[in-house]
Design a protein around this ligand. Structure first.
Ligand SMILES: [Zn+2]
Length: 360
């Protein structure tokens, strides 16, 4: 009898270990460096007058600690508590844990193409590239009966209509200043639409401030209950290009807060609770040379191919900060995410193999 109970307990725990997620929320923050993710604020950059807009006192007060693990918590407190405890974070090159772009360009459209198609197509070589000929994971999921019409994407940058090929994919892509709610917006959607329309537009018409993308996505999550949701934040890249280090760190800090808000909602809503995985990454890295090139990226910027990712949820092993020597690629993310949902992503183009992040 005792033995039967033990075997039953083993079987129950085995099925819990083997579980896959029902839903996935994919989050990217554009061009946010692994250096800040793993070691926090860089004092050499923060002290440079060119990059601190005469406000180094405030930035040190908010983000500085002599200890790197203390420092990184100040920028991303949710990542370095809940996700570190219950999920995994890869890309700390100090520990020889490497995650790279496989594409040779190290800028946005090629990076997002690589994340969602699993195929670092060298023909995709411009941010002005036309609608993506390569089919992506989101449209693949939208073709599965379980996920049909339960997929949506929200991007601060207007290029996502092309990157995700909205016309072909047949799932909604709300990018930049796209109006929420179609012809019958709810009161909340009307408010978000009006606020975005009348907001400060530091990036012109091509990119909206992250706050509008976030609240649009959050409202959609709560009211439409998508099973697959992608949210792309853009300010980390924009403020870095502008050489505004405090704004760059503040943007990342806010993304971390919003991930916390998303997770809190997910874990208190019966539709999502304990059935939803989150996958967080970036499209490309940035430079570090002479503490000057952090503002930039692209194939002429040393080390701008260096990225990171984090994941948490059902079926994902709680490895915390992954400290093993390892070489992973962005092209592996698409199949990794499909695997979290118990699916195998197939397309008309090659798809790179998954990363082993599941429980074993
Ligand atoms: Zn950029």
């Amino acid at each position: 009898m005792k033995h039967i109970i033990i075997i039953l307990l083993l079987l129950i725990s085995f099925s819990a270990f083997a579980q896959t997620a029902e839903n996935i929320i994919i989050i990217t923050t554009d061009g946010f460096r692994w250096q800040e993710v793993f070691t926090g604020m860089d004092s050499a950059i923060a002290n440079n007058k060119k990059f601190n807009q005469d406000d180094s006192a405030a930035i040190f007060k908010k983000y500085w600690s002599a200890d790197a693990t203390e420092r990184r918590i100040k920028i991303m407190p949710f990542l370095w508590s809940m996700i570190e405890k219950n999920g995994q974070i890869s890309g700390n090159r100090i520990l020889n844990n490497k995650v790279d772009n496989a594409n040779p360009y190290w800028f946005s459209y090629p990076g997002y193409n690589e994340i969602f198609t699993g195929y670092p197509d060298t023909a995709v070589n411009s941010n002005a590239y036309p609608p993506n000929p390569n089919s992506n994971l989101l449209e693949f999921l939208n073709r599965q009966p379980k996920y049909k019409n339960k997929v949506a994407a929200f991007g601060a940058w207007d290029a996502f209509d092309r990157i995700l090929n909205e016309a072909r994919g047949k799932f909604p892509v709300y990018s930049a200043f796209d109006l929420l709610g179609g012809i019958y917006p709810t009161a909340t959607e009307k408010t978000i639409n009006a606020l975005a329309k009348d907001s400060y537009k530091p990036f012109g018409e091509a990119e909206v401030l992250d706050v509008f993308t976030h609240y649009g996505a959050m409202n959609y999550l709560q009211t439409k209950k998508p099973k697959v949701l992608y949210i792309s934040y853009g300010e980390t890249d924009e403020w870095a290009h502008a050489g505004r280090y405090k704004d760059y760190l503040d943007a990342a800090n806010m993304v971390d807060k919003w991930i916390h808000d998303i997770w809190t909602y997910v874990q208190t809503d019966p539709f999502y609770k304990n059935k939803t995985a989150i996958f967080i990454t970036t499209d490309h890295g940035r430079g570090d040379l002479k503490k000057e090139e952090w503002t930039s990226h692209g194939s002429d910027i040393k080390d701008a191919y260096q990225i990171w990712f984090a994941a948490m949820g059902p079926g994902i092993k709680a490895k915390g900060e992954v400290k093993t020597s390892q070489q992973l690629y962005q092209k592996q993310f698409a199949q990794t995410m499909a695997t979290l949902l118990g699916l195998r992503f197939t397309a008309e183009h090659p798809v790179a193999e998954k990363i082993e992040i599941s429980r074993d």
